[in-house]
Ligand binder design. Structure first.
Ligand code: NAD
Length: 361
């Protein structure tokens, strides 16, 4: 996506990313300072999580929310969901500054958008915060199961990542059998741990790494995975590298070291620079299953919640990630373009097609 900088003027950033609407929410009584960015609503109401983070500046917060919301538009489009893309950020320290009143006030801002924006939890927000927002507006998902919600989306996201891995394995090796394949899972949190379980259930050889040493010991023992240090993961000879922690782990330095055939994981924005590093992977013959295509299980879970949650329907939609990934990989091969470029093309085409449908009788 476009290489805008946080220092560019607000309207030039909105133009470059193609945003429809950005709402600045300020409430001195509760200390709320938030930005809701609605990128595109062609496919339906805009969906996006709410992140609370200690941004160093307002410009940095705006930059983050614009990038995240555009990715959501593309994620929904490729997953075949009838939802547009948005995101919101709250500026502040979630451990120190967050209160019930702040979250409920934020809920009132969402309410005033009359369903144009629907949110869920992210870094710095929790199901409890979604309950507070729910007290003010119905336009929120990620509510606990005990309150009729869909609960933790992590395991669904993990299932989707497994589908993406299988599609990539098929493209690379001719069949989608995971048995005997070796996978490095970096980050064993909500998504990563379930992914380790699913891979071990199919007898894959799994390496795990995490900065949390206790968790690393516990997960490696529980599933029979080999614990490795975070520094050594790029030296391991394996079939698949699955980043399930942070973004931007794929960059010029790590691409030079990587000894895997496939990259497929849940972390958002894995490529430090989409264009440059997407091309480098293509040239090196490493198959990259684009993050936003294969990590759509989380959003699919929220989408199902909005439609009256059904586990069966959620799993069906999540299994479609296999075909969605295959389509991306086929287009990349046919046009000799990076897989991220292929995914973007598919997303943009669907949005353009549906825009035409909606603009004609
Ligand atoms: P999480 O916070 O539960 O787990 C992340 C894990 O990564 C933690 O165990 C943490 O200790 C570890 N970690 C952090 N920095 C690390 C590092 N440098 N090296 C190794 N391990 C490190 O998060 P999650 O919900 O499992 O999400 C993981 C990633 O997937 C995130 O990038 C998230 O944005 C993305 N994602 C999550 C979902 C979901 O439904 N949870 C859906 C789509 C995408």
């Amino acid at each position: 996506m476009s290489a805008q900088q946080p220092t560019d003027s607000i309207f030039s950033q909105l133009d470059a990313y193609g945003h429809k609407k950005v709402v600045f929410c300020s409430d001195p009584d509760t200390g709320l300072k938030a930005i809701i960015a609605i990128h595109d609503t062609t496919l339906g109401p805009a969906f996006g999580s709410t992140r609370m983070w200690t941004y160093r500046s307002e410009a940095e917060a705006l930059y983050d929310v614009l990038r995240l919301s555009k990715s959501m538009t593309y994620k929904c489009a490729v997953a075949g969901l009838n939802m547009g893309g948005a995101y919101s950020v709250i500026i502040g320290d979630s451990r120190r500054d967050k209160t019930e009143a702040m979250m409920r006030k934020f809920g009132r801002f969402i309410k005033n958008l009359n369903g144009e924006f629907i949110t869920s939890e992210d870094v710095g927000t929790s199901p409890r915060d979604m309950e507070y927002i729910r007290m003010e507006t119905e336009h929120v998902t990620g509510i606990p199961e005990s309150l009729g919600g869909s609960g933790d989306p992590g395991p669904v996201a993990a299932k989707g990542v497994l589908m993406g891995i299988k599609a990539a394995v098929r493209e690379m090796y001719g069949n989608d059998t995971i048995t005997g394949r070796s996978v490095i899972v970096q980050g064993i949190g909500h998504v990563g741990e379930t992914l380790v379980k699913l891979l071990r259930d199919e007898n894959a050889k799994v390496y795990v790494s995490d900065i949390n040493e206790d968790k690393l010991r516990q997960v490696s023992k529980k599933y029979g995975a080999e614990a490795v240090s975070n520094n050594s993961i790029f030296d391991i000879d394996a079939d698949i590298y699955s980043p399930c922690a942070l973004g931007a782990t794929i960059n010029t330095q790590t691409i030079a070291k990587l000894k895997v055939g496939i990259i497929a994981g849940s972390a958002n924005n894995q490529l430090q620079d989409e264009e440059e590093h997407g091309k480098m992977l293509l040239e090196k013959g490493i198959l990259f299953a684009p993050d936003y295509v294969i990590n759509a299980g989380g959003i699919i879970n929220c989408y199902s919640e909005l439609q009256g949650y059904s586990k069966r329907r959620t799993m069906q939609l999540t299994e479609n990630i296999y075909e969605a990934t295959r389509n991306v990989l086929k287009l990349s091969k046919a046009e000799n373009i990076s897989t991220i470029e292929a995914a973007n093309k598919i997303a943009e085409k669907r949005i353009a097609d549906i825009r035409k449908v909606k603009s004609t009788y």
